[in-house]
Design a protein. Structure first.
Length: 167
């Protein structure tokens, strides 16, 4: 944790994970936790009166840990409609029925930053391994798998962008 700065949401997820105190990087970038990181940030804004002001606190999205899967993050990032209709549809599934367009934009921004951070962490991790291995392995490839990498809009671009920045 001293080497890897964490948000309060990262620390909260660590406590409810099956392995508290371990695998901090995984909890910051894997599909198992990206939805929950996004949800917790949204709940924080709700508690501050900055999001979903017309919603009840006992709705599923605002009250149930681990209910918001990373697949919803991908779907929300892919919503390019003017009214963010897909975001609205997804929020309805979690009993958020009175969201404003501004609420939906905020949710999309939250997810954008959580997912982009994940991609940049992945790039940092790949770069660190590559640097550690040294020049003898210059012509080797790195294999990456997983639904977040494969299916999340812009994820691969963000990884490549960060790798390019790192050299």
């Amino acid at each position: 944790p001293e080497i890897l700065p964490q948000l309060p949401f990262d620390q909260a997820i660590d406590l409810i994970s099956p392995n508290p105190g371990y695998q901090h990087l995984e909890k910051m970038m894997s599909g198992m936790y990206l939805g929950e990181l996004s949800r917790r940030w949204a709940v924080d804004l709700y508690q501050k009166g900055q999001l979903f002001m017309n919603e009840r606190s006992d709705c599923i999205f605002l009250s149930k840990d681990l209910c918001f899967d990373a697949k919803y993050c991908s779907m929300i990032l892919g919503d390019t409609t003017a009214d963010l209709e897909e975001v609205n549809r997804i929020l309805h599934q979690f009993h958020i029925v009175h969201s404003t367009l501004e609420d939906r934009k905020i949710i999309k921004h939250i997810i954008y930053y959580i997912i982009r951070r994940s991609a940049r962490l992945m790039a940092s991790f790949i770069h660190a391994i590559y640097t550690h291995m040294g020049k003898d392995f210059n012509h080797c490839s790195v294999g990456v798998d997983g639904s977040v990498y494969k299916y999340t809009p812009n994820y691969q671009e963000w990884v490549f962008e960060a790798l390019h920045e790192l050299g």
